[in-house]
Write a protein that binds this ligand. Structure first.
Ligand SMILES: Cc1cc2nc3c(=O)[nH]c(=O)nc-3n(C[C@H](O)[C@H](O)[C@H](O)COP(=O)(O)O)c2cc1C
Length: 186
């Protein structure tokens, strides 16, 4: 089995990254292979809206690092997607990635990910109340579901500001590890 982690924070040692990597460590427990990608390090342009990808069997027309992510996600059994909350929403880096997932959608709004991908969502936010950005997370869930990502669990690291804050918060690292461990098992 194989799982891919996507980190949408520019801070490679930040809270999102720590949690995504901890979830991947949990996934590895049964011998599954994992890989992690840092969107901020990758060349990913915004979707150009050309709709080349809507032709039968067609891929995205842009030639950049999304080509790697399309392949990795298509061949994965599970995906862990993490983003900090920036201005009530996912980061810009994450949004560029999500827009480019348009290439996984058919013209009739069905998706091209077969049975779908088991997915764990991870968010880090400064505000201490985890329900504060529920509207935003619900919208993300709807988008990811339409694209073929089956969200099985969501971890919200609320009240985190500096990189590493998550290490001292509410057993969140343990939750990430457990959520990762059960992602492929369920
Ligand atoms: C540009 C920017 C915008 C932010 N906007 C919000 C926000 O709207 N709500 C919030 O709770 N935290 C906000 N934060 C705080 C981050 O979500 C928080 O520091 C988080 O732990 C960062 O995750 P990271 O360590 O993975 O980068 C913002 C931080 C930055 C830099």
């Amino acid at each position: 089995m194989k799982a891919v982690g996507i980190v949408g924070s520019p801070r490679k040692k930040g809270n999102t990254s720590l949690l995504v990597n901890e979830a991947l460590r949990g996934i590895q427990e049964d011998g599954s292979e994992t890989k992690v990608f840092y969107l901020n390090d990758m060349q990913i342009r915004g979707c150009q809206g050309c709709r080349t990808c809507k032709k039968p069997e067609a891929k995205c027309a842009l030639k950049d690092d999304m080509a790697t992510l399309y392949e990795e996600i298509e061949s994965a059994d599970a995906v862990v997607i993490g983003s900090p909350v920036y201005m009530f929403q996912m980061t810009g880096q994450t949004k560029l990635f999500v827009d480019r997932l348009y290439a996984f959608m058919n013209p009739d709004f069905s998706h091209r990910l077969g049975e779908g991908k088991k997915t764990l969502m991870i968010y880090a936010q400064g505000q201490p109340a985890p329900e504060l950005f529920k509207n935003s997370f619900d919208t993300n869930n709807a988008v990811f579901s339409m694209l073929g990502f089956k969200i099985q669990d969501t971890i919200i690291a609320a009240g985190t500001a500096d990189p590493g804050d998550v290490l001292e918060k509410d057993g969140l690292m343990g939750k990430a590890y457990a959520a990762g461990k059960s992602l492929l098992a369920s």
